[in-house]
Design a binder for this molecule. Structure first.
Ligand code: 13P
Ligand code: SF4
Length: 319
């Protein structure tokens, strides 16, 4: 309606007045994703979000996503102001991996190279040798294993098992999971596949192993969006946050996208895969944040310097 339009216009003005660029994740609202693209910002997976912010000349980065994404932007760009529409947006992987306990786990296995998922706090990254996102986790771990290194990986156990299966390496795993992807159900997915025999199945690797085993393509959000353009199919069953459908519909108009079944409150649910923390981002709190210069992300400088090294290694990684 007209109110929403006015808010979007206000956000555009503020971004430009404040030399700010908006970087949004595919799980945030369609409004935010569109705004990012219309204003010279970017909508992307976790790795590309980090890359884009790192290369961009704007003095303020506004990160629409969850806290680890804002922290990563700050660690890579300590001289920039990094704002988020909300500072309350957590991630169950980050929450389930406290730095003190993770450090103890690493200290108990000093002969292992520590590889952490980007979905972690700055303090956990500071303890790591490598940071990876879902788009390059397999490639990085394969590279390390080929060099003869033993790898400790955390916090996502499903992604960890997936890496083990693809690389054939055995990893020491931390037992974390994502509240959204952990709920996808293999049996119900198989039933839906039987109803949709022509459909291709796209799965994010934070999903449980039985679900991953049913996939035609396993990958990061960007890789799954690429797959709907590359694969010769009209219908896709997608096991990841439903925020991704906004971009999928845009890049492959006319194709049909179905959400993979997940366990909702009681019954099986076909539209409940949505991260509650991603959903806290909106145009309205973005405007408030820019107006007030609020919700700025700070990372302890020493922790940030330590965490910068494994993050930079990730950005520089080329197979
Ligand atoms: P990617 O966008 O990197 O695939 O990560 C998904 C995610 O966990 C963000 O919450
Ligand atoms: Fe974390 Fe899962 Fe939400 Fe991504 S979707 S931010 S992994 S809880």
């Amino acid at each position: 309606g007209p109110e929403r339009k006015a808010l979007v216009e206000r956000a555009k003005t503020l971004l430009s007045e404040q030399d700010a660029v908006l970087v949004a994740h595919y799980y945030t609202s369609g409004d935010l994703q569109d705004l990012a693209e219309e204003t010279g910002g970017h909508v992307a997976d976790s790795l590309e979000m980090a890359r884009f912010g790192h290369g961009h000349p704007a003095s303020t980065l506004v990160v629409a996503g969850v806290r680890f994404m804002g922290e990563t932007a700050k660690i890579l760009n300590p001289e920039k102001r990094v704002l988020m529409p909300t500072l309350e947006a957590e991630c169950s992987l980050d929450l389930g991996c406290p730095a003190d306990q993770f450090t103890e786990f690493c200290d108990a296995h000093p002969d292992h190279t520590v590889v952490v998922y980007a979905n972690t706090s700055a303090a956990v990254k500071a303890r790591a040798d490598w940071v990876v996102t879902s788009s390059i986790a397999v490639d990085v771990v394969r590279h390390l294993v080929e060099r003869g290194e033993k790898v400790l990986f955390g916090p996502d156990k499903h992604l960890g098992h997936y890496i083990e299966r693809v690389t054939g390496a055995e990893l020491l795993l931390w037992p974390g999971s994502c509240v959204v992807h952990d709920r996808f159900k293999a049996q119900e997915l198989q039933a839906l596949m039987a109803e949709q025999p022509g459909a291709k199945v796209l799965v994010h690797p934070e999903s449980p192993q039985p679900v991953i085993e049913l996939a035609d393509v396993v990958g990061s959000t960007t890789q799954l969006i690429q797959a709907v353009q590359d694969l010769d199919a009209d219908t896709f069953i997608v096991a990841t946050d439903r925020g991704i459908f906004h971009k999928m519909q845009e890049v492959a108009p006319g194709k049909t996208f179905l959400e993979a079944p997940s366990a909702g409150a009681g019954a099986t649910c076909r539209s409940c895969a949505h991260c509650p923390w991603m959903a806290m981002n909106g145009i309205s709190n973005l405007v408030t944040t820019l107006e007030q210069g609020a919700n700025e992300i700070f990372v302890d400088p020493e922790t940030g310097r330590q965490a910068w090294k494994p993050l930079k290694r990730m950005l520089d990684f080329n197979e």
